[in-house]
Design a protein around this ligand. Structure first.
Ligand code: E4P
Length: 218
């Protein structure tokens, strides 16, 4: 399973990349705003800065919601760097744009996916990645992980090449369950990736090993 980090924070991206386990970065307009990035030029420069940190793919989301606008913006984003994957919302013009980008060899990430029907449409349009949002479904009392299982199953039935990129991942168990279910990719905040390190028996065992070593070598 691939790990993507879901942030526009350059320090966090660097920290995750330095761990040696990062396969990509996803951003969205809210994450860019959280870092105080605004204005076309600053946004473009920020994507370039992310691409300079990682040797991995970087999802950059379009703001336009009409077909022509999505195509124009997506082409500009794709031109920035070979690492860019154009993130397109799950709307009618988005699906048409994904189909177009796919025929032009431009990789896409179809975002804001909340149902299996939407997942089928995106795969048929040729999306490279599909982002079902687990946490946001959990927030409204639907099981986001059930949706991941359903989509993985459907994609396997038909051999769709679209990769299931589990998004809106809030904690380590989301990530572990996604691995069990066969999601191709998980995108999550840095704290979820580093959270995988933690186990009290690891800490206790290490403290004991070091104490025994110190005793034997004093
Ligand atoms: C996906 O690409 C989105 O950026 C993200 O995972 C949304 O997560 P949130 O629901 O925690 O905002």
């Amino acid at each position: 399973m691939k790990f993507f980090i879901d942030t526009a924070n350059l320090n966090e991206i660097k920290e995750a990349y330095d761990l040696g386990v990062l396969d990509g970065v996803t951003t969205n307009p809210s994450l860019m705003a959280k870092e105080g990035i605004s204005g076309d030029e600053n946004v473009i420069n920020h994507y370039k800065a992310i691409c300079n940190i990682v040797d991995a793919n970087v999802s950059a989301e379009v703001i336009a919601t009409d077909f022509e606008g999505i195509i124009k913006e997506g082409k500009e984003l794709a031109k920035l760097d070979d690492k860019i994957v154009v993130k397109v919302p799950m709307i009618k013009d988005g699906i048409k744009a994904i189909k177009y980008f796919s025929s032009e060899g431009i990789r896409t990430n179809c975002t804001l996916v909340f149902s299996a029907g939407q997942a089928i449409l995106a795969a048929k349009a040729g999306a490279s990645y599909l982002s079902p949002f687990i946490g946001r479904l959990d927030d409204i009392s639907f099981d986001g992980l059930d949706l991941i299982a359903q989509i993985v199953h459907i994609y396997q039935n038909y051999g769709y090449e679209t990769e299931v990129l589990a998004a809106s991942v809030r904690h380590t168990m989301h990530l572990v369950k996604c691995a069990e279910l066969g999601a191709d990719v998980v995108t999550c905040p840095l704290k979820v990736i580093t959270g995988l390190l933690n186990h009290p028996l690891t800490d206790k065992g290490l403290a004991q090993f070091l104490a025994d070593h110190a005793k034997a070598n004093k």
